[in-house]
Write a protein that binds this ligand. Sequence first.
Ligand code: COI
Length: 392
Amino acid sequence: MFNRTVLGRSIRSAQWIRHNSSKVAPLDASRLTIEKTTTPKPKLPNDQLVFGKTFTDHMLEIEWTKEKGWDVPKISPYHNLSLDPSTIVFHYAFELFEGMKAYKDANGLIRTFRGDKNMIRMNNSAERIALPKFDGEELQKLIDKLLVLDQDFVPEGKGYSLYLRPTMIGTSASLGVGTPDRALLYVIASPVGPYYSSGFKPVSLEATDYAVRAWPGGVGDKKLGANYAPCIKPQLEAAQRGFQQNLWLFGDEGYITEVGTMNVFFAFENDDGTKELVTAPLDGMILPGVTRDSILELCRERLPKDEWTISERKFTIHEVEEKAKKGQLIEAFGAGTAAVVSPINHIGFRGRGIDVPVSLGTSGDLTATVAEWIRQIQYGEREYKNWSRVAQ
Ligand code: COI
């Protein structure tokens, strides 16, 4: 039921209080039930893997209702969902998702990378669109079970992984605009290779200033499906003009925010010869990327402090243009779960071109270094804090 009228709202909010005083079930991984497939799918060789096109044998689902809370978690054979055409997700975009990856290490163990960060972000997204929150550690335990069951689908090799897509949708069947009283949390998994079919190659960007990805007070810092569909058209327009991705600007100042569906980093040289790695600050418009956070932390820890400053600050396309003119633009790259890091070699802006150096041919030196630092942790070659979790 939905709160459609002011009167209805006041009556139902009283019910809601009573309802909340009774106990609703938390998400509990120990209640998991597993139904295994009787028709296992063939595993594709690495060279036939296309991002997000094929899926493992099983999926995880947990239903939630306002009355009872989180139901029994179920792992069952991968299947279609059956939803009433009026279901609220189809009309008002009650949908959020995460992107995580699982890696096979040299001992055949399956590892996820900083899943706790994804759980925090997923709960923040849920809270913003009135979907239920949950205990992130319990979801991680359930994801571990799915990974153990489908471990033969995790491809081996550098650049190969199992992309995990935790998703939550509002499933109340009603056209009323209101708080969902039913939801479905599910996780599917897709064996993947490098995100771009071209592999680790630099991309050219068109700086978009006629459309914005996010705005102050909006939801750009939440991983909502509704943030992604409106990004396609500017990307298509950039592609028509020969660019591979678009660089999102904001405001008359031309602040650089993100690139495509990724966070973006620029490395500058200062007049005194020191260097700065800069990315936009988490001001509510920027997605708090796990890769972004990892790069910032590793660079702050590992780059020489007398040589590098690591900045989260506002910076503009004009600053990048100036730096390039002065020969002080060192390199630039996008950062996200899907592509990890994506080198940039050119930016088109209002008919002008900014060439971004790629000192190693396919990327800049720092881009390659951070990509390798992260890869070593993801594949369990180097332990770092609790960033890599073995599924069991
Ligand atoms: C990522 O870079 O991790 C993304 O968010 C891309 C994804 C939407 C495919």
